[in-house]
Structure formats: C-alpha cells, structure tokens
Design a protein around this ligand. Structure first.
Ligand code: K7E
Ligand code: CUA
Ligand code: CA
Length: 649
C-alpha cells in the first residue's frame, strides 16, 4: 500500500489491478487488526461483491461528453457546495460542477488571513480563558447542515460540529462567516448534527429553531474524575440546541452511543445510528453484538417532559436532562425514545426527501436498513409490537456501506467504503424484496470511485426538493488520481451525474484533508452581501478625521481607518509595556476592496472588508519602529500603504 510507484500520465478509472490492490489492503488491514467482519463477498475483486444477477460495476468513462459539464472562464457555477474540513477545523465553499474552491471559512481554527482567532471579535466567538488566550486552537468539523424552512433550505445559517471539543458553530450565509460557537455541556465526541426541518410547535416561527446533536463517546457524568474505570456508569447525551441563541435547551440520557443524526420532515422525530450499543471501551467490545440500533427521539414528548420538570442536572450544568434509556421507556405510549435494532455497527442515517424513510447503513454488515417514519410514530402510539417492526427493507448492497443520498425518483445512493463503489438502489424494489418478492431487484447500478468513499450526497438531497442531478462522493483515499504531493495525498471529491439510469463519473476534484460531509445547493438559494453596514460595528470610526490615539494609564487605543491607499494615521507613538488596542475601520465602500493590516514582531495579521471594523489587543514589549502595512493588494499604491508604530523605551 505504501510502496512508491511511478506516476502514470493518464489514469483509467477502471484499472482493476489498482482497485483490487486497494480493496484487499483495506480488508486486510481490518483483518490484521483481529476483526472478524462477518462480511459476505469476495476479498479479491470488489466487482464480484455484487450478488449474482445484479449489475456489475461500471467505469462510466467510455461515452461521456465531459465538455457538457465544463464551466468556461467568465461563467458561473450552478451549485454551491458547503463542505466540512475535518481536522483542519474549518468549512469550505466549492462551486459545482467546476470544483473551484471559493472560500475557506475559519471556524474552530486560527486563520491569519482573515485574522480569525487573532482579532478581539473572533476571539470572543471562539472563547477565551481569563488570560485572553484561546480556549482551544483546534477543531474537527464533520457535518454541515443549513437551516430550514418547511423542509428546504432558507439560506440563513449553516451549522457545523466540532467533534474534538464538543462545540457547535453557526455560520451566517449572508457573509459566510462564523458568528457563534457554543460548547455543549457533558459531551465528548459530538459527531452527528442536524437541524429541525420544520418547527411543529410555533407556527409563527417558520424556520429551524432546534439543532439536534449526538455524542459518540460515553463518559462518566459528570466527567470529573469519578468512575474513571467503571464504563458501566458512562453514558452519552443527545442535545437540542436553540438555533438563534445557540444555547442548549435540553439533553437526553441514552443507552449506547450516537454517531450520525437525522431529523424528520414533520418536526416530530430525530434519530441517530448507534454502533456501540454494547457500551464497549475497546473495539472488540464495540463490535461484539450482531445488531446495534438506530435510536429515535420523540421531540414533543421530550419537550413536554422538560416542561413538566421530569428532569435532572449533571454537575454544574443548568441544562435539563431527561431519561431516554430503555429501562425508563419500556411503555411505548409514554416513551421518549425508541431503539430500532439494525445490523452490526451502522454508520450514517439519512432521511429520504419524501419524509417517509430513514436509511441506516450497516458498515460491518453489507446491508442498508430502511425504517419507515409512520411506523415509528405508530410504535410510539402503542400500535406496533417491537421497534424492529418499523423496518420495511434491508437490501444487501455491498461491502462497507456508510452514507446515503437520494434523488427525486425514489432511488438511494450509498457509499461503499470497502468496495470503493457507489451503489444505486431503488427504495420500492427494496421494500418489495423484503416482503418476499423474488423478482424485485433493489440494486440498479454500481459505479467505481477512487477510492474508499466516506460521505456521499446528492444535490438538494437532504431537502424535500431533491433534484436528482448530482452526487458527490467524498473519498478518503486518492492515491494515483492526482500528482503526488508527498505522503499526505489530497482527498478526492468525485462528481457523478445521476440524472440518467446509469451513474456517470464526470469529474475528480482534489480536496485538502479531510472533508467528511458536504451539501449541494443551487446558487439562487444563497444571497450574500458584498459590503458591510458600518453601523453594525459600535467601535467603527466613521470618518478619517476622527482617527486618534487615546491613553488611559497603560492602556492605549488607536482609532484607525483604512481607505486606499492610506491608513488614517501616518504614525502613532506608544511606550514599551503598554497594552495597545487597534480598532480599524475600512472606509472603502467598493465591492471587493479589502485591506489587510499586519504588524511585524507583534504577530498581528487580519483583514478588513469594505465598511467592516475589527480590533486587536496586544502588548508592546520591545522599543523600536514597526511598519504597520496593508497585506491585501488593494491599489496601485498598495505597497506604499503603511504607517509607523513608534514604541518608546
Ligand atoms: Cu460523517 Cu466521516 Cu464524521 Cu462518515 S463521518 S465518513
Ligand atoms: Cu490597502 Cu493594500
Ligand atoms: Ca456494535
């Protein structure tokens, strides 16, 4: 797997030798870890994993007119794609179908271009300790989902998780900047996140008001040193966060862990797949059971229980917690939760755009489980015997199924991590087959991807307006698809045309490590602002004539403006040991006319967009002359755009 090899000039998507090599590698590494996967199929060639009679994988390469998908210079893409950035802690915006990277949005990470984590305003959002240093400098973003109105995107916010530190962040979609971050109490491994798609309680509020957050790692509660090595006492919390204040409203104690989260289209349910119902702390234990669960939350009942005060608190947290464990919810008619058994260590749960089903992938089972929404509600009404009776299909689709996207024609597209394929399967056929109809063939197409796909998602596929145009496969390995750039290869995001019967692979886009999830939105759903309103910033200096230096003891405030090609003060004088705050307002009103501001030796670097104000605070520790200069090429006299900070001994 790691042997150096020459770079072929062209790469055939279907080179079977390479695929087999990778596939055996992936399986062998699991087997080598002592795992008994209980997987069907063949370890030699992924293609043979297709059960007899089903479509073999295709390269999709032969007759495609790629020019059809080209975006020539000067033309705009038809879709935005918002993507998580994994261990980078950021989010990204791509254009589709071109794959152009438009913007990286710093969220949990420090970014010296925009000054995120450096300016006072951004530090306040990320959160600082008493000494002014950042609470955290790292983040791990996995899942991005915009806010909804009535089952579709309203273009207002984007929500994203930080798996490491259990934080939720909100990005404004008009400026495409993060504006709030909250750390969830008593949560470790905050993984799945999904906004409510409809608010069922207050008809006046017509947009997302709840964001549901799962937690993956079970911990002692509170995690203060008690029960360190007593895993039976550990547990996880499911959290509901208010979309406007971004404060947690309530939490639910659950059995097992939570991985991904999905929400219903009617506002009644949220759910999460669980791979560790065993409560194991080592992987062998986490995969010892043949079945795990998908746990459903009855939102109205939980909120009624919170209202009625049937709650408890954990440690110093003020957030009310209700008991959603199996033992406390044995009677369906009053239950807050319903645990639906699904095969071994599922990963991913996705709601179909018609609101009828949830597809939960097997990961260690070659199946996807289809759970019917109305049957879950029926179980909660006492009309079904077992939670498992809510399952309406469980087709065999291939090895290592993870995430599922949907088109507008009743088909699902699931990533197969081990098979390195996307499998297209038909929901109705899967349901018929589950009922015993031997003629029904759920799998309708397979396409090789390069390689080992994680998330996959369709255009508008997580809204009621799924359009069936594109599927993007975020692959975990790219190997030989791009020029090598050292040991860390880029990830590959492969765009697939799903408008016809056969999937067509139409583009490879490289992506910096490591996007997990993305969403695809038509460009007309997004309305951005190009210039800020200067009145939004209480600290703004609205006229260059008002630039000044104010001193209060050792605290010095510099009120400064920028207007191409000059800053409002040519120089200012401070003393060694002063605490200096620079407040910079960009007076330029022209779209795209951004100025930067950097100070040598002081680690200051940020930008101000048109009509924006930002501030930084720092200590002067070394006498001397420091040229504060503009870092953003703004004008013919950009290089001359500088001021002196004179630091006296
Ligand atoms: Cu959504 Cu990668 Cu966090 Cu699956 S997870 S791939
Ligand atoms: Cu202002 Cu360069
Ligand atoms: Ca398990």
């Amino acid at each position: 797997m790691h042997a150096p090899k020459e770079v072929p000039e062209t790469v055939s998507p279907a080179r079977p030798d390479r695929r087999r090599f990778l596939n055996t590698g992936a399986v062998a590494s699991l087997a080598g870890a002592g795992l008994s996967l209980g997987l069907v199929g063949c370890k030699e060639s992924s293609n043979s994993a297709a059960p007899a009679g089903q479509t073999a994988a295709t390269s999709g390469a032969s007759t495609i007119d790629y020019t059809k998908y080209e975006i020539p210079p000067g033309q705009l893409d038809t879709y935005y794609s918002f993507s998580s950035g994994g261990e980078s802690g950021e989010c990204r915006i791509y254009g589709l179908p071109s794959g152009r990277l438009f913007k990286r949005i710093p969220v949990f990470n420090i970014d010296c271009l925009v000054g995120w984590g450096i300016t006072n305003e951004s530090k306040k959002i990320i959160g600082t300790k008493a000494d002014g240093s950042l609470n955290y400098r790292t983040g791990d973003t996995h899942h991005v989902h915009p806010s909804y109105t009535d089952g579709t995107y309203n273009g207002k916010y984007l929500f994203v998780n930080d798996k490491i530190h259990g934080r939720i962040a909100r990005i404004r979609l008009d400026t495409m900047e993060c504006d709030k971050i909250t750390e969830l109490p008593n949560v470790q491994g905050f993984h799945g996140i999904f906004p409510d798609k409809r608010d069922p309680v207050d008809a006046k509020i017509n947009y997302t008001t709840r964001v549901f957050c799962g937690s993956e790692f079970h911990i002692p509660q509170p995690n203060d040193g008690r029960d360190l090595n007593d895993p039976k006492k550990y547990f996880c919390l499911f959290t509901c966060v208010d979309a406007e204040t971004l404060e947690p409203r309530w939490q639910v104690k659950v059995d097992g862990n939570m991985d991904l989260v999905a929400s219903s289209y009617d506002g009644k349910l949220a759910c999460s797949n669980q791979y560790n119902t065993e409560g194991g702390v080592h992987y062998e234990d986490m995969m010892s059971a043949e079945r795990d669960s998908c746990v459903f939350f009855n939102i109205a009942r939980i909120e009624a229980a919170v209202q009625a005060g049937k709650t408890f608190h954990i440690g110093s947290s003020k957030v009310p917690v209700v008991d959603g464990t199996k033992a406390a919810n044995a009677d369906p008619k009053t239950a807050l939760t319903c645990y639906v058994p699904v095969p071994k260590n599922p990963h991913g749960v996705n709601a179909s755009p018609d609101g009828k089903y949830y597809a939960c992938s097997g990961k260690l089972s070659p199946t996807a489980t289809l759970i019917e929404h109305d049957l879950v509600l029926k179980w909660f009404d006492g009309g079904l015997k077992e939670p498992r009776d809510t399952v309406v299909a469980e087709p065999e689709i291939g090895l290592g199924p993870l995430h599922t996207g949907f088109d507008n024609k009743g088909n699902a597209y699931t990533t197969l991590f081990l098979d390195s394929q996307i499998v297209k399967w038909n929901l109705d056929a899967a349901i018929k087959s589950f009922k015993g109809d031997k003629a029904a063939k759920p799998v309708v197409d397979r396409l090789d991807v390069q390689y080992q796909p994680g998330h996959g998602f369709t255009s508008m596929g997580e809204t009621k307006e799924a359009d069936g145009k594109y599927f993007l496969s975020d692959n975990k390995f790219s190997k030989d698809r791009f020029l090598p750039v050292g040991p860390l290869h880029p990830e590959s995001a492969q765009l697939i045309d799903i408008s016809g019967d056969k999937m067509k692979l139409i583009a490879d886009h490289s992506a910096y490590s490591e996007p997990h999830d993305s969403i695809i939105i038509p460009r007309d759903r997004i309305k951005t602002r190009q210039v800020y309103d200067i009145n939004e910033f209480p600290l703004a200096t609205k006229d260059a004539k008002d630039c000044r230096v104010e001193r209060k003891g050792r605290q010095v405030t510099i009120h400064l403006t920028s207007q191409a090609p000059a800053f409002g003060l040519r120089e200012w004088t401070v003393k060694k040991g002063d605490e200096v705050t620079i407040i910079l307002t960009n007076l330029d009103k022209v779209e795209d006319l951004t100025h930067g501001f950097a100070i040598p030796h002081h680690d200051i670097n940020f930008i101000v967009n048109p009509q924006e104000t930002k501030s930084v605070t720092f200590k002067t520790d070394k006498p001397g002359v420091y040229w504060c200069y503009c870092t953003s090429f703004c004008h013919a006299l950009h290089l001359e755009m500088r001021s002196r900070m004179l630091v006296e001994a």
